[in-house]
Design a binder for this molecule. Structure first.
Ligand code: HSE
Length: 432
């Protein structure tokens, strides 16, 4: 018998999902066992790329999550509410849930999975991170034998598109953002993407799966790309780097009760690094595991088709389980999520990384010496110091440090800010 699903949302991803399910020919035969019973929308009269009989479409979203016939609720509304409440209600009604909602899962994953495990239902979210790239199921299953040590990703397509355009055109952030908005690559309100919030949601989810503990979204240190300038991209290029917005989850190697670095920030990536060549709206996630070594997942991180591909694969997983066992009371531990403890997070001040800093200063004798002394006062060792250009009357000095504790670097900068010759520090970035 066909499994009935209820679709919450018929936007870009909802439409892509419906298109796959309504056109099963040449795809997995399981798709023919799935019917879209009801579709919840906000505006029923909006013109749509897929047509449903009027009795299938409703604006009463609660009626879908409480409908006795519906077995799987597919939540593609986005945003926190009413998505969260509807997911919780669906679980309480004993329904399985498939969602692409990283914002809800990153913040309320705890309560959602606890409720789902008690109710004996699945909440699957392959589409929430990396669009069409399979990464959730690999972390839960295919890489399950590994001790995961590091997950580093370019997991926001909008910012990767903007940084790529800035690099190829030598343009500044505001101009590229305006173009990206005109072309539909960036939202009218770009905050979630350009301030790194979307990537932070996603790395919180990946870290929780990879490191096997609860991760609190507010523990993700987050900087966006608004302050990146064409000058920084040009300096990075001269020094052998490209600038990427990276999301990083890194365990403290070899410790029994390990703490986790969890951060999203623009980063100078060496040109020879695998993530340096991920361009445009594409996403890539590098997972380091023991004994696996490194594996990279690459592909389209957003868009109707790719994201719908992930949504429908989750629906198929649940349908396959239901068909083979007749019910799903005993949840497959490799598909469900049961975390007993919270991951301990290393505060950003204690994280060690390399830094890039650009200084504007008076072109007078001894300036570089003063900079070096202040860095030395806080055990910040310098890898390179270059003075290439001038901005108006001011000399531009760029410094790259060796690995240093962030609090030492910040303390040195505080001292440097008091130096007479230093007029401005327009950028401070981390280096991979
Ligand atoms: N806004 C996201 C991005 C796509 O730019 O990657 C959805 O996760």
């Amino acid at each position: 018998m066909a499994v009935k699903i209820g679709l919450l949302g018929l936007g870009t991803v909802g439409t892509g999902t419906a298109q796959i399910l309504l056109d099963p020919s040449g795809r997995n035969p399981l798709l023919k066992e799935i019917t879209i019973d009801r579709v919840g929308v906000r505006s029923p009269d909006k013109p749509r790329l897929v047509q449903f009989p009027p009795e299938v479409i409703t604006t009463d979203l609660e009626a879908i999550v409480t409908d006795q016939d519906i077995v799987i609720v597919v939540e593609l509304l986005g945003g926190l509410e009413p998505a969260r409440s509807l997911i919780v209600q669906a679980i309480a009604q004993g329904k399985h849930v498939v969602t692409a909602n990283k914002a809800v899962i990153a913040r309320y994953g705890d309560e959602i999975y606890e409720a789902a495990n008690q109710a004996g239902v699945y909440v699957l979210l392959e589409a929430a991170v990396g669009g069409g790239i399979p990464i959730i199921k690999p972390l839960k299953q295919s890489l399950g034998a590994n001790r995961i040590t590091e997950i580093i990703g370019i997991i926001n397509g909008t910012t990767n598109y903007i940084l790529t355009e800035m690099t190829t055109a030598g343009a500044d952030f505001d101009d590229v953002l305006a173009d990206a908005q005109r072309l539909g690559y960036a939202e009218a309100d770009p905050t979630a993407d350009v301030d790194g919030l979307d990537a932070a949601d996603k790395i919180a989810i990946l870290a929780s799966l990879g490191f096997g503990g609860r991760v609190h979204r507010e523990d993700v240190y987050c900087e966006g790309i608004r302050q990146i300038s064409a000058a920084d991209i040009a300096y990075a290029d001269k020094l052998g780097f490209v600038i990427k917005l990276l999301a990083i989850a890194k365990g403290s190697a070899g410790q029994e009760s390990q703490t986790l670095q969890l951060r999203v920030h623009p980063t100078l990536v060496p040109k020879e690094h695998p993530l340096a060549n991920i361009n445009g709206v594409y996403n890539a996630i590098l997972v380091q595991g023991d004994p696996l070594g490194q594996v990279m997942f690459y592909g389209p991180g957003a868009g109707a088709g790719p994201t719908a591909s992930a949504v429908v694969s989750d629906v198929m997983n649940i349908v396959a389980i239901l068909q083979s066992s007749g019910q799903a009371q005993n949840l497959d531990p490799l598909l469900s999520c049961v975390h007993q403890h919270s991951c301990q997070i290393t505060p950003i001040e204690a994280v060690e990384s390399r830094f890039y800093a650009r200084f504007l200063c008076g072109d007078s004798p001894g300036v570089i010496g003063h900079l070096g002394t202040s860095f030395g006062n806080y055990q910040v060792s310098l890898e390179s110091v270059v003075q290439i250009g001038f901005q108006e009357e001011l000399a531009e000095i760029v410094v790259v440090t060796h690995h240093v504790r962030e609090q030492n670097f910040r303390a040195a900068l505080a001292e440097i800010r008091t130096l007479e010759a230093i007029k401005n520090i327009p950028s401070i970035l981390r280096v991979l």
